[in-house]
Design a protein around this ligand. Structure first.
Ligand code: GLN
Length: 331
């Protein structure tokens, strides 16, 4: 199938003044949501101000518009999984990631050990910790340092600027990382990791600790939506096929065990992280990033979901929505 040239089916965002008005409305519409709680999973993240809230839209043309705390830095956390996966899809190819990591939803929490046991040691998909670490293990590089350099440079190319590590968040997670170490050891026991599990967990923890803001994240999402071209820098970061693969796995598992609800309500591939970020990518149109640290019990920002739902409807992003054609002969 991949030998056939792909025809795509995409559209445009509304006129830019309307996009700006809808972003402002989405912000106001979600500001009164105070449900959820800041994560306690990583001690350094539990200190976050729960009232922070930012939204940014980046169009594939390179235009961006934000509301609220768009410049506030936060660590990527699980959102890094999406972009590392795209880089690895290019590096090792569609078939290898399909075989080694998988694309199906586990139906379990992101840090589930049970999901590995239930599936004969197969990680199942790259958006849960087991699959994300199996993906990071496939990153090119003979040493952990080389793998880390590849990841840091690759994610920076998605953002269009050099992304730096939050050393406090990294240190905090590195000392409380027993569960991820256990997951990596379990994968090793099933012969699913070809590299040192401790080194893989370390690179994975670093990728989670990279700092972005909502503006960066919207540009990263727009790059996935733009056939792999960063709309700010014009750089082809990954091929369009890697974006296609990545958005498909985001649709199946971008919001963990709530991915079905997200797709049902919002209808756009997205990815969340425990620091409170969510990125959504509307193919051919752009990226939406939200940041708000209060999370639901699966680890997804509550305000972020509300704001993205609002924008999906108002900007016409739902991939599954259609209207009766005006020239339908039955009208
Ligand atoms: N670094 C976190 C972890 O691996 C990321 C989890 C998340 O964002 N859901 O546990």
């Amino acid at each position: 199938m991949r030998s056939v040239d792909q025809t795509v089916s995409t559209g445009d965002l509304p006129e830019w003044d309307r996009v700006k008005a809808f972003v402002d409305q989405a912000y106001r519409h979600s500001l009164d949501v105070h449900d959820g709680a800041v994560t306690t999973r990583i001690p350094a993240l539990s200190q976050a101000d729960p009232d922070l809230f930012g939204i940014c839209v980046a169009e594939v043309t390179g235009r961006t518009y934000g509301a609220g705390d768009v410049d506030h830095p936060f660590s990527l956390q699980s959102i890094s999984k999406a972009f590392v996966y795209a880089l690895v899809c290019e590096a090792v190819g569609h078939d290898v990631v399909m075989d080694r990591v998988g694309v199906n939803n586990t139906g379990q929490a992101f840090d589930s050990v049970m999901a590995i046991e239930l599936n004969d040691g197969h990680p199942m998909n790259p958006m849960v910790n087991a699959g994300a670490m199996a993906t990071t293990a496939l990153v090119p590089g003979d040493t952990p340092e080389a793998k880390w350099a590849f990841v840091q440079q690759g994610l920076s190319r998605f953002a269009g600027r050099d992304l730096r590590l939050d050393s406090e968040v990294y240190a905090s997670e590195a000392t409380t990382n027993q569960r991820n170490l256990a997951i990596a050891r379990l994968l090793e026991s099933y012969d699913r990791l070809d590299v040192d599990p401790v080194a893989v967990v370390d690179v994975y923890t670093r990728q989670c600790s990279l700092l972005v803001n909502a503006h960066d994240l919207a540009v990263m999402g727009a790059t996935l939506a733009d056939g792999g071209v960063n709309p700010l820098t014009g750089e082809q970061v990954v091929p369009a096929s890697a974006c296609n693969d990545t958005l498909a796995v985001l649709a199946t598992n971008g919001l963990y065990e709530r991915s079905g609800e997200w797709l049902f309500e919002i209808g756009v591939p997205g990815k969340s992280g425990v620091s409170g970020g969510i990125v959504a990518a509307a193919p051919g149109k752009g990226g939406i990033a939200t940041f708000s640290p209060r999370l639901d019990t699966a680890g997804n920002s509550v305000r972020g979901q509300r704001a993205t739902a609002f924008l999906s409807r108002s900007l016409g992003l739902n991939l599954f929505a259609s209207k009766v054609h005006p020239h339908s002969r039955h009208r």
